[in-house]
Design a binder for this molecule. Structure first.
Ligand code: SAH
Ligand code: SF4
Length: 426
């Protein structure tokens, strides 16, 4: 989601006549798109902003802007301004559409431009993202989140859930496919609740409508909240081969006690039932997930339940996180915060378990022919890389430019989580 937001920021800069460069010291403007989902993301942003102090002293004309969810947190814009007085523009998640005005204003005044909107406004439909992820194109379908998982800062910094009008989404998808994009990823904090309570089409209807656009392309979506993952969505995935058989369904924990404390609104058996429904319609569907260890009060038994669930589902891969205390969330005030060394041990165990599953699944690819959508050329390995519809990464050699092509590849070996193969004859 943040990557696409950065594309929107880059779109604003392009409109103002800036071009991209990969050396800070040559930049006329630097915009940081920050994230505060975990403490280390926040610290990373502080480190990067701090690094520009010397450059700014040398080049006073360079404009530094900081946006995104870090400054959107209550009181953080002021503390950022105090900590980094050389930052020229500070804006939040609800006013990215005003960035252009802020930059123009700053070009004409000495004083810093600081503006944070307390709440979300209308959805902005005239954004022109500068897309950097060809052959994939991201499309937001919802903004914000209503779920208030007890550990999560997102609802506080991204506001209430709003769904974009389906016609606007379909028009965007149509023109991206016409432009030559080969993969569309529909984005939202919880895409499954798209338009819940509105007259407009549901998520499963939207999926089918996007998939029915003419042309060869893949359709993906993220993220799905298990509580809203329905039979209709599973049926929609099965209804059109353009919709990838790959679903990211974050479970977070396998312990019902912890799931309740997380306010996830499902139990581990509810989750398993959702997987059963998905597999009923899409038997070969790859399922990936997010997992948190070290949530306040998590016992060894709770952690064992998480591992058991991971094994039972047999995830293709998982993002694993150590719980990070976020001020203002309900969990931040819960007793029994878990010591760092315990969380560290648990995450290492979990990573090992997940990697083992991923490796075993990779091995099963050896000897098979798969269709890869080529994403890029790896300069170091001197090979192309891409993914199959299940999201598995594969490398192959070719003497022509394959970026954006669908290529059949015979898999010869599995190298950890990724695959290595040779281009098959057409
Ligand atoms: N809306 C999506 C994704 C939200 S953020 C969803 O609900 O799935 C992506 C992931 O970050 C979450 O799934 C969760 O695993 C993790 N996360 C969020 N807040 C966290 C925190 N305070 N500490 C550790 N991980 C967190
Ligand atoms: Fe955060 Fe939960 Fe919303 Fe995902 S669903 S963004 S984890 S509050």
């Amino acid at each position: 989601m943040n990557v696409h937001e950065s594309e929107k920021i880059a779109g604003v800069l392009e409109e103002l006549g800036y071009t991209s460069c990969d050396d800070f010291s040559k930049a006329d403007i630097v915009v940081f798109n920050t994230c505060c989902i975990r403490e280390n993301a926040e610290n990373h942003a502080y480190g990067n902003i701090g690094m520009l102090k010397k450059l700014k002293a040398k080049n006073r004309d360079m404009i530094i802007a900081v946006g995104g969810c870090l400054p959107q947190q209550i009181g953080k814009a002021d503390s950022l301004h105090k900590k980094f007085p050389y930052v020229d523009i500070i804006f939040g998640t609800h006013n990215l559409n005003k960035l252009k005005d802020y930059i123009v204003k700053k070009q004409h005044q000495k004083k810093a431009v600081i503006e944070i909107m307390p709440s979300e406004g209308e959805i902005c439909e005239d954004e022109k993202p500068y897309r950097t992820s060809y052959p994939n194109a991201w499309i937001n379908i919802t903004y914000g989140c209503n779920n208030f998982c007890s550990y999560c800062i997102v609802p506080y910094v991204r506001g209430r859930e709003r769904s974009r009008n389906s016609e606007n989404i379909l028009n965007e998808a149509r023109s991206l496919i016409k432009e030559g994009y080969k993969e569309i990823t529909l984005l939202g904090q919880n895409v499954n609740s798209y338009n819940i309570g509105n007259e407009d089409m549901s998520f499963s209807q939207l999926l089918k409508a996007v998939a029915s656009i003419e042309g060869k392309f893949r359709l993906r979506f993220m993220t799905s909240h298990p509580k809203d993952f329905s039979e209709e969505i599973a049926q929609a995935i099965a209804s059109n081969s353009k919709i990838c058989h790959s679903v990211h369904l974050p479970v977070q924990s396998g312990s019902d006690r912890i799931l309740k404390a997380m306010n996830r609104k499902y139990t581990s058996s509810d989750y398993l039932k959702k997987i059963e429904i998905l597999k009923k319609y899409v038997p070969n569907c790859a399922v990936t997930t997010d997992l948190i260890v070290g949530f306040p009060g998590e016992t060894e038994e709770d952690f064992e339940e998480t591992k058991a669930l991971v094994k039972e589902v047999g995830f293709s891969s998982a993002f694993t996180f150590v719980y990070s205390k976020r001020e203002g969330t309900v969990a931040a005030n819960m007793p029994n915060q878990i010591p760092e060394e315990v969380s560290k041990r648990r995450i290492m165990e979990l990573v090992e378990l997940v990697n083992g599953l991923t490796r075993t699944q990779s091995q099963q690819y050896v000897g098979k022919k798969i269709e890869i959508l080529c994403e890029d050329f790896d300069e170091k390995k001197k090979t192309y890389l891409g993914r199959d519809e299940y999201g598995r990464m594969a490398y192959f050699e070719s003497d022509k430019n394959e970026k954006g092509n669908f290529v059949n590849v015979n898999i010869e070996s599995a190298n950890g989580i990724s695959l290595v193969g040779v281009k098959a004859g057409d």
